[in-house]
Design a protein around this ligand. Structure first.
Ligand code: G1P
Ligand code: ZN
Length: 550
């Protein structure tokens, strides 16, 4: 085993603090070029190491989604962690570690937290984006208050500590040292696979796949490739080639690693046009998002959450029932109806996974999700793409029906929440702000007005009181709620790096005896037109249609 090395930290002085390191919905996300700027990454890591509790003598988990900048960042973090007296860093071969797998490692190793290098579903490469996500000791994204403390620290920061000239290669697993700090390089896939085997009945899923149930999984050249190959091809008996684009690439092969119908066209065509497979799925850059497709059938993520909750008893780990469920505010109320039937609580939280953390820790919920292709449970503290795919397969292995039959059965039992999200991306920030602000100003006067042939029951800017720590989070999205509970919501994205993204969320409930098989864009047409004329989105932005429709 390599020896402890004698290395003294050096202090590097900054000419002035960076003032643009405010983390958004999920960590600090900027262009790769920005992160390459001298001392930029170092500044944010220094602020993190000064702010996190228990750094000196603690264990940290570090890894990323393999994008351009990943290895350089891990090298810097290791040398800075050693300079700050961290006792051990667990990282992975080639630095490959999905977000849910990182969350699991933090929990399993009683780490003080983790640093995950990813800009999630944003494109990577030299001209793409990079990001740093800080996770706390429960395995979940840093709370608002931790994030704010790190940000305040960056604004005053004048120097950082690092150990020079002690780069460690991540090619092979093993134990290494920088100064007195131990570095354990492990295979980032093993522990995660073990966790999945503890949750699901793999034999049953294997039987399904054996019976000519064909699956296609698209890793979009990002982090889930090695995980998915191990799961589907090695352990569940799916043929070689089931996992497409399965080798993580620094630039994700030039694609936008976001599993939706726009950015995963290859998979969408296979399932929706040529109808060549029984089941299709894709995950995003860092493996926390998922898209589920059946033969000729797209599963809206809000419906997916409801279906997982309704069928949870099929999965061994949830067979004793659920504590409760939660969804982010813009996610459709499909899961609410399921919760009501199950007689369990359903919480409505702001957008962003961090808001589920307290509810999961306090055992108030077991399953939660967001409309943005994110679902997860109390097995980790992040959303988990492959977990959702296995969950679907477990349900189908039990029900032995097609994805579209399962959807139809669900709607005929619970009714259908027609749902769509329209994203207008890269709008000049000023224009996006003006659309948003002028709607916000009009909100108080909207109650009682007519909208798409109904009265507006109420209109507000969503705020949330955390039921566990009573903290209050305000201004989380403009809601217009109609008499029949149809909703239109407007939000500005907190994860983009170019201009601003305006998201318009549309929802309408139809009872189980109503029209259940319409095209969502038609079922929501009047809401779509009405919000456009009220907020003048197309007129003010010059867009003729949304960039992405889900
Ligand atoms: C988006 C999603 C949100 C998700 C986040 C991180 O944030 O809308 O649900 O938690 O990415 O994956 P937004 O860009 O809307 O702020
Ligand atoms: Zn992600």
């Amino acid at each position: 085993m390599p020896e402890k090395s004698e290395s003294n930290p050096v202090t590097v002085h900054l000419s002035q603090p960076f003032t643009d390191q405010k983390p958004g919905t999920s960590g600090l996300r900027k262009s790769s070029k920005q992160f390459q700027e001298k001392n930029y990454l170092e500044s944010f890591i220094e602020a993190t190491l000064r702010t996190l509790q228990g750094v000196s003598g603690g264990t940290l988990i570090v890894g990323g989604d393999g994008r351009y900048g990943n290895l350089r960042a891990i090298d810097i973090i290791l040398r800075m962690a050693a300079a700050h007296g961290v006792s051990k860093v667990i990282t992975t071969t080639n630095g490959i570690l999905s977000t849910p797998a990182a969350s699991n490692l933090i929990r399993r190793n009683n780490a003080i937290g983790g640093i995950i290098l990813s800009a999630s579903h944003n494109p990577g490469g030299e001209n793409g984006d990079f990001g740093v996500k800080i996770n706390a000791d429960n395995g979940g994204p840093a709370s608002e208050s931790l994030t704010n403390s790190i940000y305040s620290c960056t604004k005053k920061l004048m120097n950082y500590k690092i150990i020079e000239n002690s780069t460690i290669s991540l090619d092979k697993s093993g134990t290494y040292y920088i100064g007195a700090m131990i570095i354990e390089i492990i295979d980032g896939v093993d522990d995660y696979i073990q966790l999945m085997q503890d949750i699901f009945d793999f034999d049953r899923i294997r039987d399904l796949i054996k019976d000519e149930f064909s699956i296609a999984f698209d890793a979009l050249n990002a982090v889930t490739g090695p995980y998915a190959k191990r799961l589907f091809e090695d352990l569940l008996g799916a043929p070689n080639g089931t996992v497409r684009n399965g080798i993580p690439k620094e630039d994700f092969g030039g694609c936008h690693p976001d599993p939706n119908l726009t950015y995963a066209p290859e998979l969408s065509n296979l399932l929706l046009k040529s109808k060549s497979f029984s089941f299709g799925a894709a995950c995003d850059g860092d493996g926390d998002r998922n898209m589920i497709l059946g033969k000729g059938c797209f599963v809206n993520p809000s419906d997916s959450l409801a279906i997982l909750a309704a069928n949870a008893s099929i999965v061994p780990a949830y067979s004793d029932g659920l504590f409760g469920v939660a969804r982010s505010m813009p996610t459709s109320a499909a899961v609410d109806v399921v919760a009501q039937k199950l007689g369990i609580d359903c919480f409505e939280t702001p957008t962003g996974w961090k808001y589920f953390g307290n509810l999961l820790d306090a055992k108030r919920i077991t399953i939660c999700g967001e409309e943005s292709f994110g679902t997860g449970s109390n097995h980790v503290r992040e959303k988990d793409g492959l977990w959702a795919v296995l969950f679907w397969l477990q349900i189908l292995a039990q029900k032995r029906c097609s994805v579209s039959d399962l959807m139809r059965q669900h709607w005929s039992e619970y009714g259908r929440h027609y749902y769509s999200r329209h994203d207008y991306e890269e709008i000049p920030t000023q224009i996006a702000n003006s659309v948003y602000r002028s709607m916000e100003d009009r909100l108080p006067k909207l109650s009682g007005e007519s909208f798409a042939g109904q009265q507006i029951r109420f209109a507000d800017n969503f705020s949330y009181k955390d039921p566990i720590d009573n903290s209050i989070t305000q201004s989380q999205g403009l809601r217009i709620v109609l008499e029949d509970n149809s909703r239109v919501i407007l939000r500005l994205s907190g994860t983009g790096t170019k201009g601003a993204t305006l998201r318009v969320y549309l929802e309408r409930f139809v009872h189980s005896n109503g029209k259940l098989n319409q095209d969502p864009q038609l079922a929501l047409e009047d809401l779509i037109n009405e919000i456009d004329s009220l907020a003048q989105i197309k007129l003010k932005t010059g867009f003729t249609k949304p960039t992405v429709i889900t």
